[in-house]
Ligand binder design. Structure first.
Ligand code: GLP
Length: 241
C-alpha cells in the first residue's frame, strides 16, 4: 500500500485528483468507480477545475458508483445520483449515458444487484475505484460484519451510519434504512483502489483498518489484501499511524 500524507483537506483532494487525472490521461476510456460522502467533494471540484482549464478530457470515461439509497429517486436531493450529477457530472464533458449509479427505485433487489454486476463485467471491470471510509470502517455501504465474498447487494444500514449520514437530511427519520451497494468482492476486483480520508475523527479507524487485523468487523481492513491500494489522507486522519 502506498500512503500519501497531505497537509489538509484541500491538499488531500488535490493529491487524489492528481492520481485520478493521471489514470484518465494514461487511459482515456478508463472505468472509474466513484464514491459519495463529504470526503470526495474536493476531489470532484479539483477535477472540474482542471477539466475547465483543458487538462482532462472525460468524453471517453465511464463511471460506476459504489452505492445508492434504496427508495430515493434521482431527483431527490439526498440521492447519490443527484449528488454525482450536481457535484461532478454536469460540470464536465462526460457522456451521461456512461455514468452509472444503482437504481434506488428498483424494488426488486435481486434483479437490480444482478444488473449492476453484469454492467461492471460488461465494462471490463473497474480500472480505479475511489473510496471514502465510514467511521465504523465501512466502505460503500458494506457495514461491519459484511461478507468479504459479497457482490452487489441490498443492505440494512447500521444505526451508526444512519446517525452519521443524517447531517445531510432534514431529520434523521428521513434517512433511508436500506441501500444498494457494491459488495466487498466487487470492490476488491477493481484493478486499483484509492482511499481518501480526512479529519481527526477518522484517525482511529484508519489505524485499525490499515494496520490492525483483517476482519469483517472492519470492512475496510480487507483492503490490506489488495495489491494496488493508495491511501491519501490529511495529517489529522493519518495522525495515529
Ligand atoms: C457514506 C457512503 C460511503 C462513504 C461514507 C463516508 O456512508 N456510503 O461510501 O465513504 O459515507 O462518508 P464521509 O466521506 O462523509 O465521511
Amino acid at each position: 500500500m502506498k500512503i500519501y500524507k497531505a497537509n489538509d483537506f484541500k491538499d488531500m483532494s488535490r493529491k487524489a485528483a492528481n492520481i485520478i487525472s493521471a489514470q484518465v490521461i494514461l487511459k482515456e476510456n478508463s472505468v472509474l468507480g466513484l464514491a459519495t460522502g463529504s470526503s470526495p467533494i474536493g476531489v470532484y471540484s479539483q477535477l472540474i477545475e482542471w477539466y475547465k482549464k483543458g487538462d482532462i478530457d472525460f468524453s471517453r470515461v465511464t463511471t460506476i458508483n459504489l452505492d445508492e439509497y434504496r427508495g430515493l429517486a434521482p431527483v431527490n436531493e439526498q440521492s447519490y445520483r443527484f449528488f454525482m450529477n450536481t457535484r461532478f457530472f454536469s460540470h464536465i464533458n462526460i457522456n451521461m449515458a456512461n455514468t452509472y449509479v444503482p437504481n434506488g427505485m428498483e424494488s426488486d433487489a435481486e434483479c437490480e444487484c444482478a444488473r449492476y454486476e453484469r454492467l461492471i463485467s460488461a465494462m471490463g471491470g473497474i480500472d480505479m475505484q475511489l473510496l471514502g471510509l465510514g467511521h465504523n470502517g465501512h466502505i460503500g455501504f458494506n457495514e461491519p460484519g459484511a461478507a468479504f465474498e459479497a457482490y452487489t447487494h441490498c443492505v440494512d444500514l447500521t444505526q451508526s451510519t444512519i446517525e452519521s449520514n443524517k447531517r445531510f437530511f432534514a431529520a434523521s427519520g428521513e434517512v433511508p434504512r436500506r441501500a444498494y451497494t457494491m459488495g466487498i468482492k466487487t470492490i476488491m476486483q477493481a484493478r486499483r483502489i484509492v482511499v481518501i480520508v480526512s479529519g481527526e475523527k477518522k484517525a482511529q479507524i484508519v489505524k485499525e483498518a490499515f494496520f490492525g487485523s483483517i476482519t469483517p468487523r472492519i470492512p475496510a481492513s480487507v483492503l490490506q489484501l489488495h495489491n494496488n491500494v493508495t491511501l491519501v489522507g490529511d495529517e489529522a486522519a493519518l495522525s495515529l499511524l
